[in-house]
Design a protein around this ligand. Structure first.
Ligand code: GLN
Length: 289
């Protein structure tokens, strides 16, 4: 880039360099980040000159993006279900697909109820916080096996002043007590370990433990399904996000484990994305009292 530049020409330069569908938007986001301004300000001041240090900072961010680093990690945040979340390379970047899981859960959780909800593998806290925010009377427990991810999730809860989520360091159910839940939900790792997508795009920079799970991608899903029933209230729901081609397998696993009312829900792109199943018990047989 030449040394003295207007905002407009810096954006034009970066848009050409980035050269993809979202290039213009990303260029604006990067420059907004450097200048700490919103989009309206940027557009209104497009003829202003950038100072040398601002210019250098923008160039540094642009180079990181050109290197493939996800825009969410460079900006340090991503919006999910109307919440502005911090994300770091310790957490998966929340995807719009996962909003399907949140909506499926909210549809089963009445506003007036005081349900207990469990989010397995919370990462940045996206799912747990979206549910907690929209169901203030719910008690949400969010677990993750990564201490670093939990630290990000806790910070997100603090920043958003959401206080009905408790965070627990646990590999799936391992460190939970015997409390049964009304809804258990998870966006677990589900990509096949040899899937070429793992070495492409944003996925290269995201935690592999949050993405891939054994040869068929279903190792963690199997483990969660096998262990969920004893952690569910009678008539409680298990809701899992999965790959576009995994719905039948997930539904079979649920059926073989004893779940009923099994149903698959499509994401906004029309792909099978979430499968839910219900605990058939009417009366609790858990935790002999
Ligand atoms: N939906 C993500 C992707 O395919 C994967 C997330 C996950 O494995 N849970 O990019």
């Amino acid at each position: 880039m030449p040394n003295t530049q207007s905002i407009k020409s810096a954006l034009a330069f970066a848009t050409v360099k980035l050269n993809h569908d979202e290039a213009k938007l990303e260029a604006q986001l990067l420059l907004q980040h450097v200048l700490n301004v919103n989009r309206a300000w940027l557009i209104a001041h497009k003829n202003d000159a950038l100072q040398a240090n601002q210019h250098a900072a923008f160039e540094a961010l642009l180079n990181r993006r050109l290197n493939g680093e996800p825009i969410a990690y460079i900006l340090g945040g991503r919006a999910f279900y109307g919440l502005d979340l911090l994300v770091t390379p310790d957490t998966l970047i929340p995807r719009p697909d996962t909003e399907t899981l949140v909506e499926a859960a909210l549809a089963k959780i009445p506003m007036a109820a005081h349900p207990s909800i469990l989010d397995l593998g919370t990462g940045s806290g996206a799912i747990a916080l979206a549910i907690a925010k929209n169901r203030p009377q719910a008690s949400v427990i969010a677990v993750d096996a990564s201490k670093a991810a939990l630290a990000v999730a806790k910070k997100n809860a603090q920043n958003l002043s959401i206080d009905n989520v408790e965070f627990v360091l646990s590999n799936w159910f391992q460190h939970l007590n015997n409390q049964p839940f009304d809804v258990i939900l998870s966006n677990p790792p589900y990509i096949e370990e040899n899937d070429a997508h793992l070495s492409q795009g944003d996925l290269r920079f995201e935690p592999i433990s949050a993405l891939s799970s054994g040869e068929d991608g279903l190792n963690d899903i199997r483990q969660i399904i096998e262990n969920s029933l004893v952690h569910l209230q009678p008539q409680g729901w298990l809701m899992l996000e999965h790959g576009f081609n995994q719905a039948d397998k997930v539904a079979d696993l649920m059926a073989n484990t004893g779940f009923v009312s099994i149903e698959t829900i499509k994401d906004f792109g029309g792909n099978n994305r979430v499968t839910i199943g219900k605990n058939p018990l009417i009366v609790s047989t858990h935790w002999a009292e």
